[in-house]
Design a protein around this ligand. Structure first.
Ligand code: ASP
Ligand code: MG
Length: 319
């Protein structure tokens, strides 16, 4: 068959490795845990009175992110639409409809090649996005803590054999989790504070109040600490690194415009979002947590590629 020759040796080897991987007991167990993690998350949020929103896969505006990624846009009937990098703007706008929302959202982020070695980046991943009207940062942290403990409790019950197979013992941490102030942590532990704190913890913790220019424009600046945002990351222990990011959001047009300027970004890129902000955005807070990272942590997997059946590995052939 002539077309078979069009596959390069690397691609054929990639497919063959994938074939063996998908057929293995190890993969089946990871898939089970992935499925149970999703189920427990959904159960948690439905139990808390949230509605589930359908994901948006492409649109004329998406999360600019705080680091450079390659362009992932398509020609949408003559207009440039981007693949979703996160649903931050859509979830803010969706709160006009209902006050508590979650979405299992496929995100595409064409990360730089050097991120392949981190073990926790994929070019496509699933983000559970959560947003609540009139929430504060503290409300969002408390929700994330309860969510995390619920998932660990559920998975310990429903995936006991899988955890044993991977030699993983998980405990449910005490609430509240430890919190570190971003600027103080940086001062005390240096530029790599997140990684070193992650190495030295046994339970997840938060880093809060990120410096304005170290984050996207949409997290809300504190009135009482100008230049500091009312936001946070949750970080896994044992060196697994960032779990989730979130915070309170800017919702007033003038403040959004000021923040876009401070980041040196163009208004053109956000014109549709700005137009909606002119009509009025709800005040809110929320967060986004990566599902593959959560599965990776739950099972103690070295590489995030193993947390899903069809990983889009940065820079590599993927099915
Ligand atoms: N926008 C964040 C991210 O995708 C998540 C959030 O703030 O809700 O990293
Ligand atoms: Mg983040």
């Amino acid at each position: 068959m002539a077309f078979v020759n069009e596959i390069s040796p690397e691609e054929r080897e990639g497919l063959s490795n994938l074939y063996s991987k998908i057929s293995s007991e190890r993969s089946r167990r990871i898939l089970h845990v992935n499925s149970e993690v999703r189920k427990s998350l959904r159960d948690f949020f439905i139990g808390e009175g949230f509605y589930e929103l359908s994901p948006v896969i492409l649109g004329p505006v998406t999360d600019p992110l705080n680091h450079p990624v390659s362009d992932a846009s398509i020609n949408y009937y003559g207009h440039k639409y981007g693949l979703t990098q996160s649903m931050i703007f859509h979830k803010q706008i969706a709160l006009l409809s209902y006050e508590k929302l979650f979405i299992f959202s496929p995100n595409v982020r064409l990360e730089p090649l050097d991120r392949q070695a981190t073990g926790r980046h994929l070019a496509e991943f699933s983000q559970l996005d959560v947003e609540v009207r009139d929430f504060s940062k503290d409300d969002a942290i408390s929700l994330a803590e309860r969510m995390y403990c619920f998932v660990i409790e559920q998975v310990r019950k429903s995936c006991a054999e899988d955890l044993e197979f991977f030699g993983r013992a998980l405990s449910v941490p005490h609430i509240p989790f430890r919190r570190y102030d971003y600027s103080l942590a940086k001062e005390r532990y240096g530029e790599e504070f997140e990684a070193s704190l992650s190495e030295n913890h046994k339970d997840p913790f938060f880093i809060e109040n990120v410096a304005l220019l170290d984050r996207e424009f949409y997290d809300r600046e504190m009135e009482e600490r100008p230049g500091i945002l009312s936001d946070m990351d949750m970080v896994y222990p044992e060196g697994f690194g960032e779990a989730l990011s979130g915070g309170e959001r800017e919702y007033q047009l003038e403040r959004i415009i000021d923040r876009i300027k401070k980041k040196g970004q163009t208004f053109e890129q956000f014109k549709y979002y700005l137009e909606v902000a002119r009509m009025g955005l709800p005040r809110s807070a929320g967060f986004g947590i990566g599902i593959e990272r959560l599965v990776r942590y739950v099972l103690g997997l070295r590489n995030i590629e193993d947390a899903t059946l069809f990983p889009k590995v940065i820079g590599k052939f993927s099915l």
